[in-house]
Design a protein around this ligand. Structure first.
Ligand SMILES: *Cc1c(COP(=O)(O)O)cnc(C)c1O
Length: 471
């Protein structure tokens, strides 16, 4: 399997190079040359996902579903071992259990990993892959990234034990929860560095993009990325859409709490690969650029407003570029032009015919403000005695708005539960009066000493810091 850039100007590369590169040299994102079908392994032989699905572990299924994307670059048995190591860090044996909470209403619990957010599903595997590939190549990299809260902790946990990786994560100061911040600032591993930037998440993301677009700096520091623009993150998330449908045994709609569009894009890929998925509810909080896009076929950027679901406080969803590339029939030049214009004007239109072909009947957008978020958390607690986090609540509210309107009432709706309630205790307490408990391995998180650096929203200052962190 070879990978091409959504902007059409970077050379084709294989899986391991895509893993390490993150962003393509032309500023685009890597996508596989073709979308494989489920059940096709790298060698073309049918793999076990259908046959022994009931007995295979999540890790085995994951290895089999992802193998066409990895291709021949990593031996299949080695890859399966890396998956097994990655998913053994999860507290639930099923890794991503499907829980029925009402008639045709399900939660897909993705928060049983070490840092309590769905990002662990991808980043635990990414950490194992980095270690494997860098050890083989005898190389060292500097991972830089931006986090709206959950990526930072999950990325640190994923790579803290990698011998050949240093990592710097930028986060918007005062816009992440105490638990999120502490998951970044309390690690003692010498190769991880949390940086509070005086700005928003989009500012942090822009700083990271600027570092990558500075070729001299990029090469001198061996920059690498594990943000959701990294293909391997998206790839790892395809797996639980497939396993959820397999568990359910029939078609369903997924409601996905969305920020950077990585998670819902993974669902769309699972559908491309042949998973029996009816469609997607793209759930946004008050930062509803995607909902407005699905309503108007036009993307218009706004300012970011802080909400109870900070990991979705994003206006420019970077992974949307991968879908845009498809709507342009994989024309990289056209995609690059649209995105450059979007940068300049803050507006992006998709022509009606492309919209009908790629979006209609597949995606609907729904929004949920803070008040609806709290009401949804309260309702679920009253109905089922389940505590859900505010991001999951946005997804569930969107699913409930959509059920019986966009889809028949009998259609199963699976909301992705993207974070553990204990990650956002203040919102949970406000909604339900209950204080969710942190799992045992994090019980003393709030009393561990913190270590973090504060920097202005300034490229020069950030670059100087990154350069000083190379091990
Ligand atoms: C990152 C995150 C999201 C948004 O996911 P995207 O892939 O960026 O769309 C939603 N909920 C939680 C808890 C997250 O950490």
């Amino acid at each position: 399997m070879q990978y091409i850039s959504t902007r059409g100007q970077a050379p084709k590369i294989g899986f391991c190079d895509v893993l390490l590169a993150g962003l393509a040299r032309d500023g685009g994102l890597y996508v596989p040359e073709t979308w494989p079908k489920l059940g096709e392994s790298a060698g073309g032989a049918a793999v076990g996902s259908a046959k022994n699905s009931a007995v295979a572990s999540y890790a085995q299924k994951a290895a089999s579903i992802m193998s066409p994307f990895v291709g021949a670059e990593i031996d299949q048995q080695v890859f399966e071992k890396l998956c097994t190591d990655a998913y053994s860090t999860f507290r639930h044996p099923e890794v991503a259990p499907l829980v029925e909470i009402g008639p045709n209403e399900y939660l897909l619990e993705l928060f049983h990993g070490p840092t309590l957010a769905f990002k662990d599903v991808a980043l635990q595997l990414v950490g194992k892959l980095f270690d494997h590939v860098l050890t083989q190549r005898n190389e060292r990299v500097m991972i830089v990234g931006a986090t709206s809260g959950d990526t930072g902790g999950a990325a640190f946990d994923g790579v803290a034990s990698c011998r050949n990786v240093d990592i710097v994560m930028l986060y918007p100061s005062n816009r992440v929860s105490d638990v999120q911040r502490r998951q970044m600032t309390t690690l003692t591993a010498p190769n991880v560095h949390a940086v509070a930037v005086d700005g928003t998440f989009d500012d942090c993301q822009d700083l990271v993009k600027a570092m990558f677009n500075d070729q001299k700096f990029r090469d001198a520091n061996q920059l690498s990325a594990v943000n959701s623009i990294n293909w391997v993150r998206v790839m790892a998330q395809v797996v639980y859409y497939v396993t959820a449908i397999e568990k359910l045994g029939r078609t369903a709609v997924f409601s996905v709490p969305t920020g950077n569009f990585g998670n819902v894009l993974a669902g769309w890929i699972a559908k491309q690969m042949g998973a029996q998925i009816e469609g997607f509810v793209v759930a946004s909080n008050t930062n509803d650029i995607l909902t407005r896009f699905f309503e108007s076929k036009q993307m218009v950027a706004n300012v970011v407003v802080p909400t109870l679901s900070p990991s979705m406080d994003i206006q420019v969803s970077s992974n949307f570029e991968r879908l845009l590339f498809e709507t342009n029939n994989r024309d990289g030049a056209e995609t690059a032009k649209q995105l450059t214009d979007f940068r300049a004007t803050g507006k992006l239109d998709v022509v009606a015919s492309a919209y009908r072909k790629w979006f209609e009947g597949v995606f609907v957008g729904r929004r949920c403000n803070d008040e609806q978020t709290l009401v949804t958390m309260q309702d679920v607690y009253k109905q089922s005695a389940i505590l859900i986090d505010p991001h999951t609540a946005v997804g569930l509210s969107a699913a409930r708005q959509s059920a019986g309107v966009d889809y028949p009432k009998e259609m199963p709706m699976i909301t992705l539960a993207t974070a553990h309630p204990a990650k956002f205790p203040d919102a949970v307490r406000r909604a339900t009066g209950q204080t969710p408990m942190l799992p045992e391995h994090l019980a003393d998180l709030m009393s561990r000493p913190e270590r973090s650096v504060s920097l202005p929203n300034d490229l020069g200052a950030v670059q100087a810091f990154v350069a000083s962190c190379r091990g």
